[in-house]
Design a protein around this ligand. Structure first.
Ligand code: BGC
Length: 284
C-alpha cells in the first residue's frame, strides 16, 4: 500500500447483527476463506446456520473462518476442494452431508480474475476463469440441488427445499475491456442462474444471484489501495464509497432466509449505483 485512501464517506456505526433467522440450517460457501466468501460464511454462521467453509488454497485462513463461525455459536468445518473439478466437488458434498446431515443453502461464490488485453489473452487465461467462475458454479449448484431434491422440504427448517445463491458481478451486464473472460463468465452465471431457477422452482428450490460492484477485497486491490485509484473508482460509484464485504453478507443471509421465500430467479445488485451508468449524469 502506498498511501491510505480517504473515502468521501464511510458508514458511521456498525449495523446490529441480524437475528438468527437461519437457525437449524446447513450452508456451504465456496471460496469462503477470503473476501466476500469469508464475510458471507461468517454472517450465515452468525445467523444460526452451520457452515461448510470451502477453499482451495490457504488452510490457515480457512481455519480462522471456521473459528469465527464457532465463536458465533454455530458449527463449522473447512473443506479443501477445487470447485472446477467434478470429482472434488462430488466428494466435498458427500463429506458435508455426512458431517452435517444435509445442505439447505449453497452459496456458489468462488471466483477469480486472469486479466489480459483481448488479443494477447491466452486460452489458459480464458479457460481458467470459465472453469472456476462458471463451471464451478454449475458443479456446486448441481450437487446442492441433488441433495435438496433428495431431502425435499422440511417445514420446520425452511419453506423451501433449498436455496442456491450464485455470486455474480455487475459485469454480468457491464462489458469490461481487458477482462472478457471474467465478464463472459459472469454473463454465463446470469443465464445459468435463471435457467436453474426456472427448472428447479417447482421442486421448491430457490435460485438467485447477488451481483456485487466494487467491494474492498483482495481480487481488486489495485482499484482501491491508493488515493488516485480510489478517486478514479469513485467516478463509477454514485453512492460515493467502496462496498465492504459486509454489504454483501447481510443480503446473502436475508436471501437465504424464508423472509425472501418468494424471490426466485432474481439478481440483487449491490453496487452503490455502478449499474446506473453514472457517466450519463453529466453527459449524453
Ligand atoms: C470484479 C472487481 C471489480 C468490480 C467492479 C467485480 O466483479 O471482481 O475486480 O472491481 O467487479 O468493476
Amino acid at each position: 500500500m502506498t498511501d491510505t485512501p480517504t473515502p468521501s464517506y464511510i458508514p458511521a456505526t456498525p449495523l446490529p447483527p441480524l437475528p438468527r433467522m437461519l437457525a437449524g440450517q446447513k450452508a456451504i460457501v465456496t471460496g469462503a476463506n477470503s473476501g466476500i466468501g469469508e464475510a458471507v460464511a461468517v454472517a450465515l454462521g452468525e445467523a444460526g446456520a452451520d457452515v461448510a467453509v470451502n477453499y482451495v488454497a490457504g488452510d490457515d485462513a480457512a481455519q480462522a473462518v471456521v473459528a469465527r463461525i464457532e465463536a458465533a455459536g454455530s458449527r463449522a468445518k473447512a473443506y479443501k476442494a477445487d470447485v472446477s473439478d467434478e470429482a472434488q466437488v462430488e466428494a466435498m458434498f458427500a463429506s458435508v452431508v455426512a458431517d452435517f446431515g444435509t445442505v439447505d443453502i449453497c452459496v456458489a461464490n468462488a471466483g477469480l480474475q486472469r486479466d489480459s488485453a483481448f488479443t494477447t489473452m491466452t486460452l489458459a487465461q480464458w479457460q481458467k476463469v470459465i472453469d472456476v467462475n462458471l463451471t464451478g458454479q454449475f458443479l456446486c449448484a448441481r450437487a446442492a440441488a441433488k441433495e435438496f431434491v433428495r431431502r425435499g422440504v422440511v417445514p420446520e427448517v425452511s419453506r423451501a427445499a433449498g436455496k442456491i445463491i450464485c455470486m455474480s458481478s455487475v459485469h454480468q451486464v457491464i462489458p469490461w475491456a481487458g477482462h472478457v473472460n471474467y465478464a463472459s463468465s459472469k454473463g454465463g452465471v446470469d443465464m445459468l442462474m435463471q435457467s436453474m431457477a426456472q427448472e428447479l422452482a417447482p421442486q421448491r428450490i430457490r435460485v438467485n444471484s447477488i451481483a456485487p460492484g466494487a467491494i474492498r477485497t483482495p481480487i481488486n486491490t489495485a482499484a482501491w489501495d491508493t488515493q488516485e485509484a480510489y478517486d478514479k473508482l469513485m467516478t463509477l460509484v454514485p453512492y460515493g464509497r467502496i462496498g465492504e464485504p459486509g454489504d454483501i453478507a447481510q443480503t446473502a443471509v436475508w436471501l437465504a432466509s424464508d423472509h425472501a421465500d418468494y424471490i426466485v430467479g432474481t439478481t440483487v445488485f449491490i453496487d452503490g449505483g455502478m449499474t446506473l451508468y453514472p457517466g450519463f449524469a453529466t453527459n449524453g
